[in-house]
Design a protein around this ligand. Sequence first.
Ligand code: BGC
Length: 909
Amino acid sequence: MPSLATPTFEQHATGLGIGTPSPRLSWRFILSDADSDNDWMQTSYDLEVQRDGTSVENYHVDSTDSVLVPWPSTPLQSRERASVRVRAHGNKSVTEWSAWTAVECGLLNRSDWSAVPITSEKPIPSPDVEAALRPLRFRKVFTVSGNSVARLYITGLGVYRAFLNGTRVGDHEMAPGWTSYRHRLNYETFDVGPLLKDGENVLAVEVAEGWYAGRLAFHGGFRRIYGPDIGVMAQVEVTSSDGRTTVATDSAWQCSPSATVRAEIYDGEVYDLREETAWTTSADGKWEGVRMLDLPKADLVSPNAPPVRVTQTVKPIKRITTPAGKTILDFGQNLVGRLRVNLAPLATLASGTRVVFTHAEVLEHGELGIRPLRAAKCQDTLIVDGKIAIKEWYPNYTFHGFRFVEVQGFPEASLLNSVVADVIHTDMLRTGHFTCSHSKVNQLHENTLWSMRGNFLSIPTDCPQRDERLGWTGDIQVFCNSASFLYNTAGMLSDWLLDLKAEQLLDTDDGVPPVVVPDVLQTLWPHAPLAVWDDVTVLTPWDLYRSYGDAGFLERQYDSMVAWVDRGVPRGSDGLWVSTLQQLGDWLDPAAPPDKPQEARTSGTLVADAYLIRVTEVLAQASAVLGKTEEAARYTADAHRIKTAFQNKYITPAGLLVSDSQTGLALALVFDLFPSAATRAAGAARLINLVRAARFCVATGFAGTPLITHALTRAGQPQMAYRMLLETSRPSWIYPILMGATTIWERWDSMLPDGSINPGEMTSFNHYSLGSVVSWLHGSVAGVRCLEVGWRTFAVSPIPGGTLTSAEASYETAYGRIESKWAITEGDSFVLDILVPANTRALVILPHERSGATEGQDGKIPEGQGRWVGSGRHHYESRWSNLTDWPPAPLPGLFDMFHPEGNSKDTIA
Ligand code: BGC
């Protein structure tokens, strides 16, 4: 009999401060080893709801649903708390009751706020950089007696940290995160009961510019984008038997400049120890009055996204003295976060001495490679006091993308043992794992994971180090499926989509979303429709819906999806994109010149049109899910019409494509654009030829990379995909690994073989998009693929190949854990062990059961293959004979004699 994990609410991490009065509930099933092969399916469930001061409400619901079931009781009010537990009845048994779990609403109405934002009486510039605002400190002393429950509701115009009686409130970093502040401003809810004292209390808050007022964007960027003043808005509510006491930010608070004299996301922080006081507990320092600001016009929202936190600490692996005599720490891993420094060794330095830490991702010819950082200094400075009042220091309001840190002014002997790196990112639940018998493929997967961690910091960004770190829509559009396997992205990405929708629908009326969300590019990027990037409006809500089974994503985004397809896409008379528009298209095709990444082999308009068909089909399906039958019929007909137009425009009767490229053909195969089985077969054959002619090197950019291995698999040639995966020469997925990469690079060759950084001015070493190949590792190599939305049914259909002798993946679905583990044993058997969660079913297909194409026309598993199984552990063994089609040969070329590497077998990892 399965047991139940603690129920969860909506896509919220904890249930505390939730912004939904009727939060939907989900429960996961945990199978013990004794549950093997028990095919457990839910038939109904019991819910008990205990609201404050009332008796327990009991509900029995006949339903097989265990994910996002409706709130059974009347809606909760602001601040109202309820405890819930659940028990599931199944076809074989009834589970035990889950543990009780609490849900508590945040402040649902603007009128719940008595606080107003406060700032200093006058703007305080940083002594370090005139244009930057110096971080501010605020404090308020208040008295409470006989408290029982206490909550802090807080947000910042900037990024903040709060302290109650000297203790840090919570562990959120860069709070309240980055949203489209003009439309949506997150507030956070903390249980501060344990920090309150009977009697006098001190609430202290520090605020820095963050994304609100700091410099953002490239080419110099912009400052104070969201407003001229940084500040805080907070209220502590203490509820006891006598009623509720509220202490809110108002004119009675005090303000002082911070000892952190500058804090900028791109440039880093300057902390002056000489100015530090015991400000969180005492009135030390120069305190002045505050100025009250208007309540923000933006909606005050309680995020579903988990907060940013420190998730890991990494020690440096070595100290290097460079050829130029500089001191550098190597952390062994390109990561995103900040240093934490033990201050004890600085006690002997003269007051006013500056210790400087400069961060970078790579070394170039032995020295810190800072050119890719462009106009981001990535430098933190500590000004020493001559006495040490605090034990350790770390910057609080910045983050850097780095593996290497050049250190100036720190006593050398103790350096290695005095500095660590704290990794920070949105603290999502890790859900997916993959490993296999090939160490380089494992490293590729690991690098993708690190690039996801580094770029999921409040919003999904392009890169974490240079003067960008922006929510480029195309990047997450191509990576969403890979990301949603690795971590639970539901809260974070669905919140971000609300920003996208707000900026698309409220800031303009042309239906076109901004190319970065939140939109900060202003004059740098005139608003223009762009396929692949803007297609995020439709494809990302759909991908999230598929991963998490939450139709609410589609419901909330529907207007945004429709606006893009109906009004945003500029069309010619054939319904396809107008062809005179510049597209980013297959951005970063490896053949594009370093300074012209949009000049790809594949026509940008063809890429846009292929995507438009896919987007229209998805919108038709989303309409159907939402019961909008008329719209579903209209978009289905539209998709059919433009697909015919595409075929007439781009595909010859023999199945050749106008853009005769890996990306063009991959799009046509995966988006199912060929008019007949014969042309499809011809297209597949042509793609194979191109891949063999390229000697298995990658020839795809942003648009083609997520698809190429899937396309080869659908063409019935998974060994070609394995061969590309394992290619080592440039451009390939393995080349960066041979160059020592620990993250996914922006360019296939961000680092050139001679150790110099690619001359392109846009060269990051931490961009996740080219890592989107991991979705093929999960879905085809380990063989775990979602069939029915939310993984209610799924396929386990591993495709062994290449030189791999084993692979395994696991994935925590909303129902429970999936496992798939295969190995080819010495006795020539293929062995597969799987775990299927309760209340789900899996379609298991063993390799020898496949025939021809491994996926059908539309990516679905062809009927009649394999067997359906229910929950529990299952074990399969079949005979295995070595692959006859490995390794595939390159196409013999006219100029083979000039290729000193000769047979491409030599370049297989
Ligand atoms: C970003 C990309 C982005 C692109 C679009 C770059 O600077 O880093 O990842 O999608 O611009 O132009």
